[in-house]
Write a protein that binds this ligand. Structure first.
Ligand code: ADP
Ligand code: MG
Length: 255
């Protein structure tokens, strides 16, 4: 299958008052169409930096990013970005929030409105479309944030610790929800997290990063002996523990 995202020798150094901060080193990665790749690494190892570079918001110091075979030189509509905080605006209804990305792109067409309505309906939020964010649970807000990202129809989704603000129970449910939506809408996803379990439960492939400057330490293809995996069912599989122990050792969480 063809690669939709290719990273070639990405390196990143920040300039600060105390000198240079090397954040990423020699990152080479190809992500296939429809694949869910998760990158785990200790805090501060350069995960957010990596996603910002893929999104085109940040220029790497060295190397290049290709999306669909084209060099990324700035933000592209092919990419949707989801962050830890849902960034919903409290004074806009859910529906108005969902349309925000389209408004920014000046792309609010009748078809786009219809697509927004369909996504809200399919993913259980149509009853809440005229409510305000404060009237929704954390999990629903996160779903609304994902729908807002999907409405502009990006091919690739970037998720930066997108669930870490949620409590544990909600988080498990939202993992299942979001995974289901990403698969149904046939998106390619790159997620970064420091949570090993979340990573294994959602991804087709887990990439382990070293401490800063983040470099690729290892890659794991994640497969389970069930027909239709979900993040929650994956967590219960015997293979899960095996992957967890392996990645835990590699992550070297002890200082
Ligand atoms: P992670 O997401 O894995 O926690 P980040 O990508 O946010 O890591 O940051 C990687 C390293 O780069 C950290 O040491 C951080 O302090 C540093 N860093 C991030 N952004 C900047 C910046 N704008 N200027 C200087 N240093 C930065
Ligand atoms: Mg981060």
């Amino acid at each position: 299958m063809k690669s939709v995202v290719e990273l070639h020798n990405i390196g990143m150094k920040y300039q600060s008052l105390n000198g240079e901060i090397p954040a990423l080193k020699n990152i080479n990665l190809k992500v296939r169409e429809g694949e869910f790749v998760s990158t785990v690494g200790p805090s501060g190892c350069g995960k957010s930096t990596l996603l910002s570079i893929v999104s085109g918001l940040l220029r790497p110091t060295s190397g290049s990013v290709l999306v669909d075979g084209e060099m990324v030189t700035g933000p592209t509509k092919k990419i949707g970005y989801m962050l830890q905080k849902d960034h919903l605006f409290d004074w806009r209804t859910i529906y108005q929030n969902v349309l925000l990305g389209l408004e920014i792109q000046k792309a609010v067409t009748p078809e786009a409105r219809e697509y927004a309505q369909r996504l809200l309906k399919t993913y259980g939020l149509s009853e809440f479309s005229h409510k305000y964010p404060s009237q929704l649970s954390g999990g629903m807000r996160q779903r609304a944030a994902l729908i807002r990202t999907l409405v502009t129809n990006p091919q690739i989704l970037l998720l930066d610790e997108a669930f870490s603000a949620l409590d544990y129970q909600t988080r498990l449910a939202v993992n299942d929800d979001i995974y289901d939506i990403i698969k149904k809408e046939n998106k390619t996803a790159i997620m970064v997290t420091h949570d090993i379990a979340e990573s294994i439960s959602m991804a087709d492939r887990v990439i382990v990063l070293t401490r800063r400057p983040g470099a690729i330490k290892s890659c794991h293809n994640i497969t389970f002996s069930v027909d239709k995996r979900t993040p929650l069912s994956s967590r219960k599989m015997p293979e899960f523990q095996k992957y967890f122990e392996q990645i835990w050792k590699e992550l070297d969480v002890h200082v």
